[in-house]
Write a protein that binds this ligand. Structure first.
Ligand code: PHE
Length: 351
């Protein structure tokens, strides 16, 4: 579109001064607008220019007002030129707006682009707690020997935790285990042995059952924690002897620690087994024997409390400390490390 008006639409060939100056001003508007619009950096600037050139008080409107001063002959000529300039400026604004939109889109695309070839951020990976790992391993070993896994409550009746296990109220053995009492004849179980009775009362022999879980005693030092983990195992059938007990424990300890494990089987006492024994394992990290389990032949009174005839059936039972067995397995010198959950410690067992 031309911004130089030739004046050929005029019949006379002579312009009034008002028309001449209006034409000069009109012809100056478009180059000025073109320069400003092409420099506009964003859509806000475009909007300002639109107001400045085409708005109610804008340049074109002001020039339009000057048409009134022209003669009836000159007015349409200048009006036509004015319209042409208005259209031209409108087109320039639209073109620049479109350009800016494209540029905005391009920069947004560039900003939001995902480089799929970049290496990803690996999510932090958790691992099983060493006690959980050893618990599962122990469960697996006994499962492979035909034992069934059961569970029992951590809040246990005093009856099952003590009395039914041949430890009546005044029995000195109750002092062996510093008990946390809860309410109405309940305690935090001090061992997993009450699960023996729960299993006996729920099914008939032959029974071969293991239970793993938390137990609680008022006790804390390098080899004792107020909450720790035990595994209970027992087997009841006809003609079960101490030989079966030794055989099962022997197999188990070798499966867990390998053929070179050093163990010691020595006589002991528990109210719920007769005879009773304890097993110690040589613990290199502490340079000494560590007691890891108690066991024995289930006391006839316990079988009777479990609804089993001791004349016909016999059985063995054992209870082992999973945390201590974990310490031996990994050479952890202090049991308390297992309960502090220091990530620097736990990360060593990620696998
Ligand atoms: N309940 C005993 C304890 O916690 C261990 C044990 C279980 C001993 C079964 C004999 C038989 O020390």
């Amino acid at each position: 579109m031309s911004d130089i008006f030739s004046g050929s639409d005029l019949q006379t060939g002579e312009y009034s001064e008002a028309l001449a100056s209006l034409i000069a001003d009109l012809n100056a508007v478009v180059p000025e607008a073109r320069k400003a619009i092409s420099a506009a950096a964003d859509r806000k600037a475009i909007e300002q220019l639109r107001v400045q050139f085409l708005g109610k008080k804008g340049r074109i409107t002001k020039l339009n007002q000057r048409l009134g001063k022209l003669s009836g002959e000159e007015r349409p000529v200048a009006g036509k030129l004015l319209n042409t300039q208005r259209t031209e400026i409108t087109a320039l604004l639209e073109k620049r707006t479109a350009e800016l939109e494209v540029r905005e889109l391009e920069s947004r695309i560039a900003e939001e682009a995902v480089d799929v070839t970049l290496p990803g951020i690996r999510p932090a990976r958790g691992g099983l707690h060493p006690v959980t790992r050893v618990t599962r391993e122990i469960e697996e070993i006994f499962r492979s020997m035909g034992f069934r896994l059961e569970s029992g409550p951590e809040v246990e009746t005093e009856w099952l935790n003590f009395d039914a296990l041949n430890m009546p109220e005044d029995h000195p053995a109750r002092d062996m285990q510093d008990t946390f009492y809860t309410e109405r004849g309940h305690v935090l179980r001090t061992h997993t042995s009450p699960t023996q009775l729960r299993s006996m009362l729920a099914a008939k022999p032959p029974l071969a059952v293991i239970t793993t879980g938390k137990v609680y005693r008022h006790d804390s030092d390098a080899t004792h924690s107020p909450m720790f983990h035990q595994m209970e195992g027992f087997l009841v059938d006809e003609a079960i002897s101490m030989g079966h007990l030794k055989g099962v424990l022997h197999e188990f300890l070798r499966a867990l620690y390998g053929p070179d494990v050093r163990t010691r089987f020595r006589p002991s006492f528990f109210p719920f087994t007769e005879p009773s024994a304890e097993v110690d394992i040589w613990f290199e990290a502490r340079g000494g024997w560590m007691e890891v389990l108690g066991c024995g032949m289930i006391h006839p009174a316990v079988l009777r409390n479990g609804g089993i005839d001791p004349e016909r059936y016999s059985g063995f039972a054992f209870g082992l400390g999973i945390d201590r067995m974990t310490c031996i397995k990994f050479g952890i010198p202090d049991l308390r490390l297992l309960f502090e959950n220091d990530l620097r410690f736990l990360r060593q067992f990620q696998g």
